[in-house]
Ligand binder design. Structure first.
Ligand code: GLC
Ligand code: GLC
Length: 652
């Protein structure tokens, strides 16, 4: 192919599309802005972002004979959505354009929840805003609340209509009101962008089933097993206990459909530029309801190529960057959060200002549980030493538990480097967390045990995995004390290590596993429901301010989040491990401008004593003070740590 002069071609195509853009602005109504003002704004954005979008789309779709047709439609779709953007979001866009790193603030703290399980519905969720504020949350992720298929919908991840709210939860208007109230309260609304697949009863799938060829081409379908079998040689299975393979035979279609997850979740075919255009419209529709952060679901799987494992392909990155670029033009207030639960090297590749500005940190999540099980911090340190620092302008989202399982996705090389056999270790961790290891304090449940490969993941709530369920079973004070300390230490690390701490609501009161899912035929096969208990609002009523277990947990988390906001060293993501010579202890330095914070955490139930004299060479003050207890520590003396003790040391 001849060399392409992108700057020239982008400019030339924009010149051809521009009359249509002007025409649309002319026809749109705005009481606030004149035609000229609108043109000025969009011209500036296009000057900054069009060439890049053009290039990305050309990489993906340049080989289509009708490329320009798609290019024009994609840009005009973005323009239409931009013109529909409500005024307050239009203002938000301008604020965010002036403050692109807003999510790096130490004010950021997140929570996620299922609307039905937490408050019942959206109107009642609005009444919980004071509760989120009390806890100090600035970001709330609502699990998928869209219209989804009847029966099993994978917890809402099988979406039938991105533009409709599940009627059990409320209406679109309720969602818009909630978003506006959130924004007024300083809380960003986070929703899922489930763009890898639709439900089998989404309008596009229905049209495909009715024989519409254009819509059939939205999905990967095959008349017989020839091609699926070729692909299958290299693919993993995500839900092997529910169903084998990655393709589902569809009677009505008389074709095999690509379904990476459940058989009713049809993977979209992004090699078709029309799918990109259509999903851009859905994405911007969500942006215009008031979403500030979109959680990009299952990013690893969105591009397929024969002969590969169809995960984390280069085109997946190009595609997400193209979506990001569309947002910069039509809804620049929006940020992307990547959900890539894959090898840490691959997780990192999605994190970039021009791709996903923030990302779940599944490696840290898994390794915190690993360290809690082993009481050893060597693997955690090994991983943190070269994987934690992120590029400027991006951030981790750190969590202990979410709605999904725990997979031991650490790097094998990291394990070998510290003398650990990775496969044996994964087996140990699965045993430890699912009751097969004697003496374990954890109460977890196996998830997706693949008997062919031996792979297994783990379900369980934070409190049950950290020992509170065992303590409750045995009604043992000592065990309870240890579990509470363990949790506080973990949360204190989470809130200080660099990135946005994210709790799965219910954690703040230590909700235990809920085994009722076994009675529900739609849930019984999916053990992730064990860690999705319904919120019991009698707990706060009864325990707020009390010395009880839930009361202590709530206060402790609140204190940690308050303290996080008060410490300037916790802005951004500057991070350095500190060479404390103790296998049970983790220590690191966080800094921003002239502020330093030293965090020291004991991962064992044994008291430890550590030498901090090396800090003197680091130019750190000789006297430090723990921000929680106000106790002073001198770098001249040994610093003693109680069981699971956590210190946040400021220069005194
Ligand atoms: C993501 C979700 C998970 C869901 C899957 C398919 O991994 O977190 O809950 O099952 O995508 O949408
Ligand atoms: C995700 C991950 C997988 C996870 C699943 C949801 O995208 O790849 O590890 O467990 O989907 O359960």
């Amino acid at each position: 192919m001849p060399e392409i002069d992108f700057a020239y071609e982008a400019e030339r195509s924009l010149r051809r599309i521009r009359p249509k853009i002007l025409d649309r602005i002319e026809r749109s109504e705005s009481s606030r802005f004149s035609f000229e003002e609108r043109v000025e704004v969009i011209d500036a954005r296009l000057a900054e972002h069009w060439e890049r979008l053009f290039m990305l789309l050309h990489q993906l779709y340049g080989n289509h004979y009708d490329f320009f047709f798609y290019l024009e439609n994609i840009l005009l779709t973005a323009i239409d959505c931009w013109l529909n953007r409500p005024d307050d979001l239009y203002d938000l866009d301008i604020r965010r354009e002036n403050d692109p790193g807003w999510y790096l603030s130490n004010n950021m703290a997140g929570g996620s929840l299922y609307v039905d399980l937490f408050s019942g519905d959206l109107p009642r969720l609005r009444e919980k805003i004071p509760y989120f504020q009390e806890l100090g949350l600035s970001y709330v992720h609502l699990m998928p609340l869209y219209a989804s298929r009847a029966g099993n919908s994978d917890g809402g991840y099988a979406i039938s209509d991105y533009r409709a709210v599940d009627p059990k939860l409320g209406t679109l208007e309720d969602l818009q009101l909630l978003a506006a109230d959130f924004r007024a309260a300083g809380i960003s609304l986070v929703l899922d962008f489930v763009f890898n697949h639709t439900s089998d009863d989404h309008e596009w799938a229905i049209q495909a089933r009715e024989g519409d060829r254009e819509h059939l081409d939205y999905y990967h379908t095959y008349p017989d097993r020839t091609i699926p079998d070729q692909y299958e040689q290299h693919l993993r299975e995500i839900f092997p206990t529910v169903r084998r393979g990655n393709f589902t035979w569809h009677e009505e279609l008389q074709r095999w459909v690509w379904t990476t997850f459940n058989s009713f979740q049809w993977d979209l075919k992004y090699a078709n530029p029309e799918v990109f255009r259509a999903m851009s419209a859905e994405m911007l529709f969500l942006a215009n309801t008031g979403v500030e952060i979109l959680r990009l679901d299952a990013v690893a799987f969105i591009w397929k190529q024969m002969g590969t494992n169809c995960e984390n392909l280069p085109q997946a990155h190009t595609l997400i960057q193209a979506f990001n670029s569309v947002c910069r033009i039509a809804a620049p207030g929006l940020a992307f959060k990547s959900e890539a639960i894959v090898h840490p090297d691959e997780v990192a590749k999605y994190i970039h200002r021009q791709e996903c500005q923030i990302s779940y940190n599944p490696t840290l999540m898994a390794l915190l549980w690993e360290s809690i099980a082993t009481r050893q911090t060597k693997l955690l340190k090994q991983s943190l030493s070269h994987r934690h620092q992120l590029p400027r302008g991006t951030s981790w989202v750190n969590y202990l538990r979410g709605h999904d399982d725990i997979g031991w996705s650490f790097d094998n090389g990291d394990a070998w480097a510290v003398g650990i056999n990775p496969d044996g270790h994964r087996k140990f961790l699965n045993d430890f967390y699912t009751g097969a290891f004697e003496g374990s304090f954890a109460r977890g449940v196996p998830f997706q045990h693949n008997t062919d490969t031996g792979d297994m993941r783990v379900s369980g709530t934070m409190a049950s995995l950290a020992g509170l369920e065992e303590a409750a079973e045995q009604d043992d004070k000592e065990l309870r004390e240890m579990a509470l300390r363990r949790i506080r230490m973990l949360q204190g690390v989470l809130a200080s290590i660099g990135g946005i701490p994210l709790i799965f609501l219910g954690e703040e009161w230590g909700l235990l596993n809920d085994y009722d899912y076994l009675e529900d035929p739609e849930k019984a096969e999916d053990s992730r429901w064990v860690h999705r208990p319904a919120m019991d609002w009698n707990i706060p009523k009864k325990h707020r301010g009390k010395k009880s277990t839930p009361g202590r947990l709530f206060r402790s988390l609140k204190e940690i989040l308050e303290m996080r906001k008060a410490l300037p060293a916790l802005v951004g993501n500057q991070f350095q491990l500190l060479p404390v010579d103790d296998e049970h202890v983790l220590a690191y330095l966080r800094w921003h401008d002239a502020s330093n914070l030293i965090v020291i955490a004991n991962f064992s139930e044994k008291p430890r004593s550590v030498d901090l004299s090396f800090l003197r060479q680091e130019g750190i003050a000789h006297f430090l003070k723990d921000v929680f207890s106000q106790q002073t520590v001198s770098t001249k003396n040994e610093c003693s740590l109680g069981p699971y003790e956590l210190l946040w040391l400021e220069e005194d």
